[in-house]
Design a protein around this ligand. Sequence first.
Ligand code: URA
Length: 471
Amino acid sequence: MLTVRLPKIGSVAAWRSEARKLAAEGIGAEHVRWTQDSEQDLFASDDAPHGAPVEVRLSKQALFDIESSLYHRDPERFARAYALVLRLGRGEIRWGERADDALRKLLHQRKEVGRDIHKMHAFVRFNEVTEPGANRRAFAAWFEPDNPITEAAAPFFARRFGDMDWVIATPDLTARFIAGQLSFDETGANARLPEDASHELWRTYYANIFNPARLMPEAMRSEMPKKYWKNLPEARLIPDLIRTAPARAAEMHAKMPSIPPAFAAKAVATRAPMPEGVTHETFKQHLDACTRCPIGCRATQAVAGEGPWTAPLMVVGEQPGDAEDLSGQPFVGPAGQLFDTCAAKAGLEREKVYVTNAVKHFKFTPRGKRRIHQRPDAGEVEICSWWLDLERQWVKPRLLLAMGATAALALTGSAKNITARRGTVEATKDGTPVLLTTHPSYLLRLPDQQARVIAEAQFTEDLRAAKAMLA
Ligand code: URA
């Protein structure tokens, strides 16, 4: 058994170079032990049988997924990634084959790492520690992520706080950004930082940006889980903010200027050419910047599709709803939950499906504190189809599932009644089959319980048919 000892800092780059070397020597995954422990293993040897060299050529997406997964805390991550790289190199699996247990696990861990990085970006709070007379302001923070992600998360802070010096200590590593240079070292014991006056400033800021009209304690708790609260100076404000929210919301509402009428948003909409060179990585950023129709001018953010770029099935809805507009993810609100329930009954695994929308921004009309959904018009669907076509070009699904009239219009060009067409298969202009079904929001709106049970069963049946068509 060959033992490969990876450093604590730079472990991903070290894994990449070791994996490449070992693969070139044809050393099987079962003969390699990956560790980050510095202790010597009495039974370790440096010998392993060589086999046929394996040439590893990974797609950008595969490399990104693999390397991201290596920031997970699972001690098996390096071994799992190496075994997968060998199998990919030998052509035994294809990237995105979620039926493969090891690959599914790696992708799941990559997702957890992504979430953890997102949390770190959102919840690190700096204390000012500038020395008198220093020419750059200096800040320090303590943060406890679930996984050893410090090296992956730190470049974001370097970009955002490039004109300051800062240190972020985590239980594993400490990231330092001094005079424009980012470096890492292992964190010593007890690196906790004292609270100082700048926390007071942060709390004032937080109390000012807190929007009582959007108060969702459950969402706040899940977005800002309690375990992070101890390092968040603003956390102590939360109970009071929640208590006083209804009165403050009423006051805000009374003072609120009216939202500009739709024609004003129309005037802002541009007919700028579509961007060039959009990649998977920059997709969301370009979508966010899109103001080619009035919807894009008013929504909180764009919502890109989600799922494997190699998914055989692409599910297309209408447009993000209120919850999706706030979270940035498709189908996470009530319609998404119903979709998930019916998909599970139909044996369709959501993580194997690419889920997106015909229109990428939320179209609404304000009514009091609520934002009421409005169906996008044909012109808006047409403008947004550029983005949907791009997703289709990337994913190349074997089957499209159009949920509701808007998705059907975007994919088939026909606006005919969807209830009459549900369960039938039509095609896009380029010949991809489109299975038509109702939209889960339509099911949620059905006032009659019995009608809803029947419609839900038909919807589930359509999902089952989609799965069968791909078998
Ligand atoms: N409805 C949609 O059509 N899409 C979503 O993402 C959510 C609700």
